[in-house]
Write a protein that binds this ligand. Structure first.
Ligand SMILES: Cc1cc2nc3c(=O)[nH]c(=O)nc-3n(C[C@H](O)[C@H](O)[C@H](O)COP(=O)(O)OP(=O)(O)OC[C@H]3O[C@@H](n4cnc5c(N)ncnc54)[C@H](O)[C@@H]3O)c2cc1C
Length: 417
C-alpha cells in the first residue's frame, strides 16, 4: 500500500536540502524548504564544482600527523589556523587526526563510494526535467603532479581508489602537454579519470533546482530555523523566524551550521567543524583548463566554469564567525601563476565558506534515534556537491519509510552517541 503523503520541512537549502526536497516531491510528498538566506547561500555556492566521484580518500591520510605541524608554519602550504580558535578546536582536532590510519581511511572510502561514486549520473537524474541540466558538464577529472616521483608519493591514495573500483590512465611529458598545453613546466604528470563531471555555476545550479521545487509546489521560507516542536515523542513542526511551521517530518540539512540545531532534532552533539575553504574566480581568462584539475602540490582545484576559472581549496580552521584571512587568497593566486604561467584574466572575485566536516570524515544521513520524524543529512566536508543528489535520494526514501537497499550504518547519526 502506498505511504500517505507527508508534509516535510527541510532546514537548509544547499545542495543536500534541495536534492532532498526534489526527491521527496517525486515520492509524492509536500515540501517546505527553509533557509535563512535563501537557496545556495553556503558552501553549495562557492565550491570547486567538481563532481569528484574518485575523492573517497579523506584529508586525514597516514603520515598527516607528522606533516601537519610543518604545514601550519609554512605559508606555501594550504593549511591555516586561526590561533585564537585552538582551545575550541582541540578536542575535535585530536579525534580528527586520530583517524589518519590506513584501516580508518579504507572504511571511510568504502562508505563514501556509495554516496559519491556515481555522481555524474546522480546529478543527471536529479536535474532531469528541472531546467538545471544545462549546468552539468560531463568531463575528465585530473590530478596533476610535478613528475612521476611526486605521483608515486601519493601511492596510498591511489591504491585506495583502485580498491573502490576507480580506473585511470596517466599522461606524462609530451603526452600530457598535448592534452592541456595551458600548463607550464612545473607540471609534467597527470592522472586522468573519466566519467566525472563539473557544475559550470554551482550557485546558479542549486538555485535553478530550488526554483523547480518551488514551481512543483514547495513552499520556500526565508527564515532562521531555531527549534523543533514535538508531541508524544514525534515531530509536529519547526520554529523559524518567529513562525510555527507544522510538519510530519523535519530534515536537518544546514551544513556546517548543523551542530547548534542537532539537540532540537533529537541528536547527540555531532563532532562537526567548519573546514573553512576559499575560492578565487578569474574572470575572462586568456585560456581555460580543458577539464577540472586537482593541482596536487597546492591541493586546490581549477575548474573551467561559465566565463571564469574557479580556483578552490585551502583548509583553514577558525570556526564559523571569523572573517576571511588574506593569505589563502594570495596562495591560490601564486599557485595558479606557477601552474599556468601564461594565464591572464580581467577581474578576480574572492569567496570564503564552510565545509561541514565530521570528525570521521563520513556524513550523517539517517533518522534521530529518540525523536520520531526527525532526520539528519549533513557533514559532507569536501565532497558535498558530489554527494548531495545521492544523499537527497536516500533521505527521501528514509523519510517515506522505504528501504534504500544500502547499508546505512556508516552514516548513522547515533554513531557518536
Ligand atoms: C572552497 C570549497 C571548495 C569545495 N569544492 C568542492 C568540490 O569541488 N566538489 C564537491 O563535491 N564539494 C566541494 N566542496 C564541499 C561542498 O561545497 C559542501 O560539502 C556542500 O556544499 C555542503 O552542502 P550542504 O547543503 O550540506 O551545506 P551548505 O551548502 O553550506 O548549505 C547549508 C544551508 O543552511 C542554511 N542555514 C544554516 N543554518 C540555518 C538555520 N538555522 N536556519 C535556516 N537555514 C540555515 C545556510 O544558509 C545554507 O544555505 C567545497 C567546499 C568549499 C568550501
Amino acid at each position: 500500500m502506498a505511504e500517505p503523503a507527508k508534509t516535510v520541512a527541510i532546514a537548509g537549502a544547499g545542495i543536500v536540502g534541495v536534492s532532498t526536497a526534489i526527491w521527496l516531491q517525486r515520492e509524492g510528498h509536500r515540501v517546505i524548504l527553509i533557509d535563512r538566506e535563501g537557496p545556495a547561500a553556503g558552501a553549495s555556492f562557492g565550491n570547486g564544482g567538481v563532481l569528484a566521484s574518485c575523492s573517497v580518500v579523506p584529508v586525514t591520510v597516514p603520515g598527516l600527523l607528522r606533516k601537519a605541524p610543518g604545514m601550519l608554519f609554512d605559508p606555501n602550504q594550504p593549511l591555516f589556523l586561526k590561533w585564537g580558535y585552538v582551545p575550541k578546536l582541540l578536542p575535535w582536532l585530536i579525534r580528527y587526526l586520530g583517524t589518519a590510519k590506513a584501516e580508518t581511511v579504507k572504511r571511510r572510502a568504502k562508505a563514501l563510494a556509495q554516496i559519491i561514486g556515481d555522481s555524474l549520473a546522480d546529478h543527471q537524474a536529479l536535474a532531469a526535467g528541472t531546467g538545471a541540466e544545462r549546468y552539468i558538464v560531463p568531463s575528465d577529472y585530473l590530478y596533476l603532479y610535478r613528475d612521476r616521483a611526486h605521483f608515486e608519493s601519493d601511492a596510498f591514495g591511489w591504491q585506495v581508489r583502485a580498491e573502490n573500483g576507480f580506473e585511470w590512465d596517466t599522461l606524462e611529458g609530451e603526452e600530457w602537454r598535448a592534452y592541456d598545453p595551458g600548463f607550464g613546466p612545473s607540471i609534467n604528470f597527470g592522472v586522468r579519470l573519466g566519467n566525472h563531471g563539473l557544475i559550470s555555476d554551482p550557485g546558479a545550479y542549486v538555485r535553478a533546482l530550488a526554483a523547480h521545487a518551488e514551481a512543483k509546489g514547495a513552499r520556500m521560507v526565508k527564515a532562521d530555523v531555531d527549534g523543533v516542536l514535538r508531541e508524544g515523542g514525534k515531530v509536529t513542526g519547526l520554529r523559524a523566524g518567529g513562525e510555527t511551521i507544522a510538519c510530519d517530518a523535519a530534515v536537518l540539512a544546514t551544513g556546517a551550521w548543523s551542530k547548534t540545531l542537532a539537540g532540537e532534532f533529537g541528536l547527540a552533539p555531532p563532532p562537526l567543524e567548519s573546514e573553512r575553504g576559499y575560492h578565487l574566480e578569474l574572470w575572462e581568462p586568456s585560456m581555460m583548463p580543458r577539464a577540472p584539475v586537482m593541482v596536487a602540490a597546492g591541493k586546490f582545484v581549477a575548474t573551467p566554469m561559465e566565463g571564469r576559472i574557479r580556483l578552490a581549496g585551502v583548509v583553514e580552521f577558525g570556526g564559523l564567525t571569523a572573517p576571511p584571512s588574506r593569505a589563502p587568497f594570495e596562495l591560490l593566486e601564486k599557485n595558479i601563476r606557477a601552474a599556468m604561467p601564461g594565464l591572464t584574466w580581467k577581474k578576480t572575485e574572492e569567496w570564503m565558506g564552510h565545509r561541514p566536516s565530521m570528525v570521521d570524515s563520513i556524513p550523517v544521513i539517517g533518522e534521530a534515534a529518540h525523536l520520531q520524524g526527525a532526520f539528519a543529512a549533513f557533514g559532507h566536508d569536501h565532497v558535498g556537491m558530489t554527494g548531495g543528489p545521492k544523499t537527497g535520494r536516500i533521505m527521501a526514501q528514509i523519510v517515506a519509510g522505504k528501504n534504500p537497499n544500502l547499508d546505512l550504518s556508516p552514516y548513522s547519526p547515533a554513531r557518536f552517541a
